[in-house]
Design a protein. Structure first.
Length: 89
């Protein structure tokens, strides 16, 4: 039993080395490709967040620029006869 345990302990660092490095031995560019992919994903998320924030800001700006209707006691009605037809000069 002890030789089997000793053999397992000696072989475990050899088996765990590729897992710790997280780089496939047959592809030396795997780490670079992984970092490039992660960078692209971060860039896309940032772009999506920026577009969402811009859209939200435009909506808030348009809502703030639209005056509320004056329905209080001092409200002024439309000027003119209300027919939409101008009187001749």
């Amino acid at each position: 039993m002890r030789p089997l345990l000793l053999a397992a302990l000696c072989l475990s660092p050899i088996v765990a080395t590729p897992v710790l490095a997280q780089v496939r031995q047959n592809n030396p560019n795997a780490a670079n490709q992984s970092m490039e992919y992660n960078s692209e994903m971060r860039s896309l998320r940032q772009e999506q967040t920026t577009q969402g924030n811009t859209l939200r800001m435009n909506i808030e700006r348009n809502q703030a620029a639209t005056p509320a209707p004056n329905t209080g006691p001092n409200a002024i009605g439309p000027i003119g006869g209300g027919t939409g037809v101008g009187v001749g000069r």
